[in-house]
Design a binder for this molecule. Structure first.
Ligand code: TYC
Ligand code: MN
Length: 285
């Protein structure tokens, strides 16, 4: 059920179980990053893991994203004495393939359950969540549905519902050939052009399903159920997610606070990685 290997070894070829104690300390001390795939809910979920701190953190990537494409500076620089950091690839994304990604109307709930079941399989007793964009939506749902398992949560670039304005923005990103080189490149390298292009179109069709529900609802009904201390970060120059989404989540998640980054865009955790990491570490402690 479990295969674990150090970074750089092939994912799918590894069948040997790790020898005891070999997993997390093959590379010198605190800088090692390990990758593995583990069977959860009928699929093989891939994750990276680093650090040896008592406080477990799960990093949840955005649409089409994965640990390696979305969280380089967090995996590298979050404090490894304080935290054990896991970055997962949701099913159909990154190295959690097969299966190909699909978007049933409950795909965020499915990701939330997969994420929690992954961390339970890895034997973490309680975790904090760091969720970006779609990963933020997944984190909100997980926190609402599994409250006793979630310690704290940080989300940014997330939305609890879909408006007409959002739908227009989705149409604008449907064709990946129109994305900037910088945003496109990592995903194109990871997936190859065809899977990437097709999955982006499927994602747009998937997220548009919420427009058919009352109030464009994704997870607004769940926000009052979130119990953990929550930090909402918002980039004031985010061209994809308008400010009202962050305000709405802030209003409906009881123990939340909102932190604005005036120069931040959608990828504020990459562009302003040091500032972001410090903010997160202070909040989680
Ligand atoms: N949710 C997307 C992600 O996970 C980003 C996005 C948000 C795209 C809003 C379009 O209108 C949009 N990165
Ligand atoms: Mn890998």
């Amino acid at each position: 059920m479990f295969s674990e290997f150090t970074l750089g070894m092939p994912c799918r070829g590894s069948r040997e179980p790790p020898s005891p104690g070999a997993c997390h300390h093959l590379l010198s001390g605190s800088t090692s990053v390990n990758s593995a795939r583990v069977a959860v809910n009928g699929v093989h979920l891939h994750y990276q893991r680093t650090g040896e701190g008592e406080h477990a953190i799960l990093l949840l990537p955005g649409m089409l994203g994965s640990g390696e494409t979305d969280f380089g500076p967090q995996i590298k620089n979050l404090n490894k004495k304080l935290f054990t950091v896991v970055a997962w690839d949701p099913r159909g994304y990154g190295h959690s393939r097969p299966p190909d990604r699909d978007f049933p109307v409950d795909f965020f709930e499915r990701d939330a359950k997969d994420a929690i079941d992954l961390m339970k399989t890895l034997k973490f007793k309680q975790v904090s969540l760091l969720g970006w964009s779609d990963g933020g939506i997944t984190a909100l749902i997980a926190a609402a549905k599994y409250p006793s398992y979630i310690r704290k949560m940080v989300i940014w670039g997330a939305n609890a519902y879909v408006t007409d304005e959002d739908e227009m923005i989705y149409q604008g990103i449907r064709d990946v050939s129109k994305w900037s080189e910088r945003t496109r490149k990592p995903l194109e390298t990871l997936y190859g052009y065809d899977y990437f292009a097709k999955t982006c179109e499927k994602w747009v069709d998937g997220i548009k399903q919420f427009k058919l529900l009352p109030d464009g609802n994704i997870c607004r009904h769940l926000l009052p159920l979130v119990q953990c201390p929550t930090l909402i970060v918002h980039g004031e120059k985010d061209p994809l997610v308008p400010r009202f989404h962050a305000d709405f989540i802030h209003k409906h998640v009881r123990e939340s606070r909102l932190h604005l980054m005036p120069e931040g865009k959608h990828n504020l955790h990459l562009r302003f990685a040091n500032e972001f990491n410090k903010l997160v570490e202070d909040f989680l402690q």
